[in-house]
Design a protein around this ligand. Structure first.
Ligand SMILES: [Zn+2]
Length: 143
């Protein structure tokens, strides 16, 4: 999860992600397949474009993988660019933003933002690489 925002992206790039769903999918696809595509089911490395934006379909077994699968953005019920905004701010933790504030900024329901924050917290908790300080600052933000 924090892998997604590991590299310090420049502000211009970040701003682009927050306004364009397509840029988010492209960003995740580049991250996911930066070493090339390998089908999760059969190991084939040839693919063609899938049905959803930036997804890839295995040419052998026809299984399709979306750039969001295996990430917290999978099955997200609101625009991925808004999810990126929340995830980025939570991960970077530069600003203590309440779910009410996210809801106001992104025109989402507070509950939606809260649920997504919980999802991020669970994902972050599942990571061993996180230091105790990072964990506690995330905990603090989510409470
Ligand atoms: Zn396959």
């Amino acid at each position: 999860m924090s892998k997604i925002f590991k590299d310090d992206l420049d502000n211009e790039r970040i701003a682009e992600l927050f306004i364009s769903d397509e840029k988010c999918y492209e960003f995740l696809a580049n991250l996911k397949w930066n070493k090339g595509f390998t089908c999760r089911k059969c190991g084939n490395t040839n693919y063609c474009a899938g049905k959803t934006p930036f997804s890839r379909r295995c040419t052998k077994c026809k299984s399709e993988e979306s750039p969001t699968s295996g990430t917290i953005f999978h099955n997200c019920k609101f625009p991925i660019s808004k999810a990126f905004y929340i995830a980025y701010n939570v991960c970077k933790g530069k600003e203590d933003v309440s779910t009410y504030e996210y809801a106001r900024r992104l025109s989402l329901r507070q509950m939606t933002c809260w649920n997504f924050k919980v999802k991020i917290r669970n994902a972050l908790n599942a990571m061993d690489s996180l230091s105790e300080t990072e964990k506690s600052s995330i905990e603090k933000m989510l409470s």
